[in-house]
Design a protein around this ligand. Structure first.
Ligand code: PLP
Length: 361
């Protein structure tokens, strides 16, 4: 099938086959990765290569630490303020969708966040012009969700905190490793793996190293970046198999020519799909402002909503699955992460055109 799920999501076939071939006996060790000690030389080589390949892919500067954690991006909604703020500190959030809003609400427990812009009243179809933002002068950081998975809104460039001591923090869960990113612009980047780079259970945090070590005293040990950085992500038992899978994906992305090449493929796939929606004379609609449409998650509706269930059912029969939109917004959503082949998007648009020809009367 072509799997358009938002996450856990499609993984590259060659990566899954490689994992299958190594499942029972990892490279002559006689063990599955699931059976290894996380402190043994075999697993250490796996996690070290995963980190080194991720550093290559994103060109991560040396003064940044890479952490492989657990708890999903949702845990980072709390970990970020706990590690960077004191309870009275001000921080700013730009809320371009439900995930950014959840991050803001979680931060409210640990510091004093302010939503300096929200797209909620327009149902999250836009991103503010950066010039119009009124940032809090003493904000410790400015938080964004780089790609809103549910609403399909993606930052194409990034705001700069006006206070030079402030930091840009990004939840990149759903566009992580989909294109090159200048990591040096960010204080912290965090991402759940389960969209573009692996199975659920691994959360990747990339943090400027000098920001580590200031966690609020109430910070649980598992949320303290210092503990994880000092222990090279091995303070407790990490999600070993998930990290191994991420490593295979990083290896594959490097083999594809790196993130500039990956981005070209993603642009092409998204363009075909948005062109089909826009060219349908209103039969299909994407509510998101064109300039900020996501390359990863494409939400769309039908002018005749009564046909949506049929669309999803017929698509599934044609082996295109998980096209239902998020329960909070309805309609359809095609998530077209790195691992979605061009053929998957071509099959989808052919189906959309056929569906329109049969129903647009
Ligand atoms: N942030 C974004 C942008 C997401 O898409 C998701 C999950 O889909 C989350 C955060 C929450 O991630 P998790 O379920 O890994 O906690």
């Amino acid at each position: 099938v072509f799997n358009f799920a938002a996450g856990p999501a499609i993984l590259p076939e060659n990566v899954l086959l490689k994992a299958q071939s190594e499942l029972y006996n990892w490279r002559g060790s006689g063990m599955s990765v699931m059976e290894m000690s996380h402190r043994g030389k075999e697993f250490l080589s796996i996690i070290q290569k995963a980190e080194s390949d991720l550093r290559t892919l994103l060109n991560i500067p040396e003064n940044y630490s890479v952490l492989f954690l657990q708890g999903g991006a949702t845990t980072q909604f709390a970990a970020v303020p706990l590690n960077l703020c004191k309870p009275d500190d001000h921080v700013d959030y730009i809320v371009t969708g439900s995930w950014g809003d959840k991050a803001f609400k979680e931060a409210s427990k640990y510091c004093k966040p302010k939503t300096i812009w929200s797209g909620k009243s327009e149902k999250y179809v836009n991103i503010p012009s950066f010039g119009s933002l009124e940032q809090t002068p003493d904000a410790k950081y400015l938080h964004i969700c780089a790609n809103e998975t549910i609403h399909g809104v993606e930052f194409k460039d990034y705001p700069v905190p006006t206070n030079e001591n402030s930091l840009l923090i990004a939840d990149m869960s759903s566009n992580f490793c989909s294109k090159p990113v200048d990591v040096s612009k960010f204080g912290v980047i965090y991402a759940g793996a389960q969209k573009n780079v692996g199975p659920s259970g691994v959360t990747i945090v990339i943090i400027r190293s000098d920001l580590i070590g200031n966690a609020h005293p109430i910070t649980p040990v598992m949320l303290d970046y210092k503990i994880h950085a000092e222990n090279k992500s091995l303070y407790n038992t990490p999600p070993c198999f998930g990290i191994y899978m991420c490593g295979l994906v990083f290896d594959d992305l490097i083999a594809q020519g790196g993130l500039s090449e990956v981005e070209k493929k993603n642009v092409k796939k998204a363009q075909i799909l948005y062109d089909t929606i826009d060219g349908s004379k209103g039969f299909f609609r994407c509510p998101v402002e064109k300039s900020v449409r996501s390359l990863m998650n494409v939400p769309f509706t039908l002018a005749k909503p009564e046909l949506e269930a049929e669309f999803i059912k017929e698509a599934a029969k044609e082996k295109m699955v998980q096209l239902k939109g998020h329960r909070s917004v309805g309609g359809m959503r095609a998530s077209i992460y790195n691992a979605m082949p061009l053929a998957g998007v071509e099959t989808l648009v052919a189906f959309m055109k056929d569906f329109q020809a049969r129903h647009d009367v």
